[in-house]
Design a protein around this ligand. Structure first.
Ligand SMILES: Nc1ncnc2c1ncn2[C@@H]1O[C@H](COP(=O)(O)OP(=O)(O)OP(=O)(O)O)[C@@H](O)[C@H]1O
Length: 274
C-alpha cells in the first residue's frame, strides 16, 4: 500500500512558486534492457523537471532504477523511449554540461590530485592558459579541503580524500548539472558528514543544479530542496516527492532539532516501507 493510499498526509510546506527556469527535463522516459529472458522495462513514463540551481535527492529501493536514471541523464546509458533535455538541449550522449560523481572516484593512482582534476579541465577549457587551468584545479581542490595535498598521488590519499578529489574534479568542469550516484556510500559516517558539508558549501557557492542518489534518508533531507521517491521496478517511475523547506545555509544540528524534521523523515521512511 502506498503512502497516499494510507492517507498519510505529506508535511505541509509553504507553497512559493519556483520561478527559476527549468534546467533538466526528463519527458516520458523509459529504459528497456534486453535480457536473455526477454526485454526488462526498468523505468517507464518517467517525468522529472529540475529547476536551475535546485538540489534534488532521489531515493527508492535497491534495483528500482536510480542509477539507470542517472546514467541516462549523464548520456552514458541509451534512452529507450522519451527524451532528456538539459537547459533546453536534448541529451544525445555524454557532454561537459553534465558531470558525474560515482561512489568510487576512479582516479588514476599514479597521478597527483591536481593532475587528476586537470585531465577534465584541459578538455573543457582547451584555450585557457596553463596557469588559468592550474588555478581552476587548485581553487576547487582547496574548496574541498585539499589545499595542502595538490601534489600527493591519488594512491597516497585516503578513500575520503579521493572522493574529495572526485567532487573537486566534477565542480572544476563547471557543469550545468551535477549528477551524484551515492557519492558517500563507501565512507564512514564521520567522513560522510564532513563531505556532505563540503558538497553543500561548494554547491551553494556555485548554484549548480544537482541530482543525488542516496540510500540514506537523513542525507536526502539534509542536502535537498526536494526529495524524489521512486516506485519499485519494473516499470518504475516517480511515486511521490517531498519539498524540504529548511533555510540555507543548513546546519546539521539545527535541522535535526527542527520540529518538522521527524515528520519529513517519517513520511519518507513510510514510502520506503510500503
Ligand atoms: N545492463 C543491464 N542489463 C540488464 N539489466 C540491467 C542492466 N543494468 C541494470 N539492470 C537492472 O535494472 C534494474 C535497475 O538497476 P539500477 O542499478 O539502475 O538500480 P538502482 O536503483 O540504482 O539499484 P541500487 O540502489 O542497488 O544501486 C536492476 O534490476 C538491474 O538488475
Amino acid at each position: 500500500m502506498s503512502v497516499l493510499e494510507k492517507n498519510i498526509i505529506a508535511p505541509t510546506t509553504s507553497i512559493i512558486e519556483d520561478t527559476r527556469p527549468d534546467m533538466l527535463v526528463c519527458k516520458d522516459i523509459a529504459k528497456i534492457y534486453p535480457t536473455p529472458k526477454g526485454d526488462y522495462t526498468v523505468l517507464s513514463d518517467l517525468q522529472l523537471t529540475v529547476k536551475k540551481g535546485e538540489f534534488i535527492s532521489v531515493i527508492g529501493h535497491s534495483g528500482c532504477g536510480k542509477s539507470t536514471l542517472l546514467t541516462m541523464i549523464a548520456g552514458l546509458n541509451d534512452i529507450s523511449k522519451g527524451s532528456v533535455y538539459v537547459d533546453g538541449d536534448e541529451v544525445r550522449g555524454a557532454g561537459p554540461d553534465r558531470a558525474v560523481v560515482f561512489q568510487s572516484p576512479s582516479l588514476f593512482p599514479w597521478m597527483t590530485a591536481l593532475q587528476n582534476v586537470m585531465i577534465g579541465v584541459k578538455q573543457v577549457f582547451p584555450h585557457a592558459t596553463k596557469k588559468q587551468k592550474q588555478d581552476i584545479c587548485k581553487y576547487y581542490l582547496d574548496k574541498v579541503g585539499l589545499g595542502n595535498d595538490f601534489n600527493k598521488r591519488a594512491s597516497e590519499l585516503s578513500q575520503g580524500m579521493q572522493q574529495r578529489v572526485g567532487i573537486a574534479r566534477a565542480f572544476a568542469l563547471k557543469p550545468k548539472v551535477l549528477l551524484l550516484d551515492e557519492p558517500f556510500g563507501m565512507l564512514d559516517s564521520l567522513t560522510r558528514g564532513e563531505l556532505q558539508d563540503v558538497l553543500l558549501e561548494v554547491w551553494q557557492k556555485e548554484q549548480i543544479t544537482a541530482i543525488m542518489i542516496t540510500h540514506d534518508v537523513d542525507e536526502s533531507i539534509f542536502l535537498a530542496d526536494r526529495v524524489i521517491m521512486m516506485t519499485s521496478g519494473p516499470f518504475a517511475k516517480i511515486g511521490d516527492e517531498l519539498t524540504i523547506p529548511f533555510e540555507r545555509p543548513r546546519n546539521r544540528v539545527d535541522i535535526l532539532e527542527h520540529p518538522d524534521y521527524y515528520h519529513y523523515r517519517g513520511y519518507l521512511m513510510d514510502f520506503l516501507n510500503h
